[in-house]
Design a protein around this ligand. Sequence first.
Ligand SMILES: Cc1ncc(COP(=O)(O)O)c(C=O)c1O
Length: 397
Amino acid sequence: MNNFSYPLVENPFSDDDIKKAKSVLNSKQLTLSTNTFNFEKKFKNKIKSNFSLMVNSGSSANLLAFQCLINPYRKKRLEKNSEIIIPSLCWSTSLWPIIQSNLKPIFVDINKDTLNIDIDDLEKKITKKTKAIMLIHVLGNCCDMDRLMQIKKKHNLILIEDTCESLGTKFNNKYLGTFGEFSSFSFYTSHQISAGEGGMICCKDKNDYEIIKSLRSHGWSRGTSFENKYKNDKYLNKKFIFFNSGFNLRPTEISAAIGYNQFKRLEKMKNSRNSNRKKIINAFKDNKVLRDTISFFQPSKKVKPSWFGLPLRFYTKHNLNKILIKLEKMGVETRPIISGNFTRQPAAKVYKLFKKNNFRNTDEIYNSSFFIGLPTPKLKKKKIEKLVKIFEKIFKN
Ligand SMILES: Cc1ncc(COP(=O)(O)O)c(C=O)c1O
């Protein structure tokens, strides 16, 4: 059993992905070009979003969404300290773009069964200053989007969907990432598709798209309607017009080529993971020790999930850290659900991000849950049996 290895992520690249990456290198065109444009087009057409722009990470996509919301070229831009609702179970760079844009995060607890935002708590936290919701679709699942959209409408809120963990999931037959004004996706190594690094931002409005495009690339006018606006200005070179503030968050053509190639296989990979998940759950349920010890999270109503990892939860009280150490020793790699209650992180305290830490469900999930990998290639029966044996051995003691 010592040589057993059940990693969080197995090699995410197919031979064809590598071939595509090599052909980009051979072309010597590594910066923004046809691979990126083709991927953006394919992405927006498949998920049915109005606009898609590829960036170098999911974090960059989140940053662009909030920087767009405060940008002077936006008619309805958010004022300093506007309140933005965010679940306490979040990733670092779902949160920091809010602070970096001079906005104020308001944390909301989660629902223990879905791992997603607790909509009752969300409603309680809405004030006159609330302007937007930063929603995080956790590990391929989501909250009741019907109810969330009603609240959004009622309070006239902007919705940003952090879909970095949930590419390919549908709610009521509509892809996550197409409900809000903005959405972000990540193609980091462990995600539904992996370009090594990379991300996508989608938005509904053409003006927002132009703002994001310029912010992604130094505040440059290239490829926007501002390209011709200053053409008669004798102090400006038409090719070097900067009409906005900016960053450089562009992807490379190599990540675009890999991301695009994998995106074409998204449904296939999603189905394969769903099937692996079912097999593991059934094997755990068939085991006398594990069936009463461990539970699995089920998709919310109306959700067709595209799973990211396999989160588990204890029915009974256990010392989580001890169990994780044992699992790691026996070759099973684990990690917490996102990063647990983010308000417990030192950075949240240094920046004084909240008054009272009363996110009980998020704490409870941190203390009773974790996740293991969910590979895309078909899992062999023997591997599942070994995995079950390891868990059985740990929980028997
Ligand atoms: C919910 C969520 N948002 C954002 C990100 C950031 O994505 P990236 O690693 O591509 O920057 C992650 C990363 O895993 C994430 O889980």
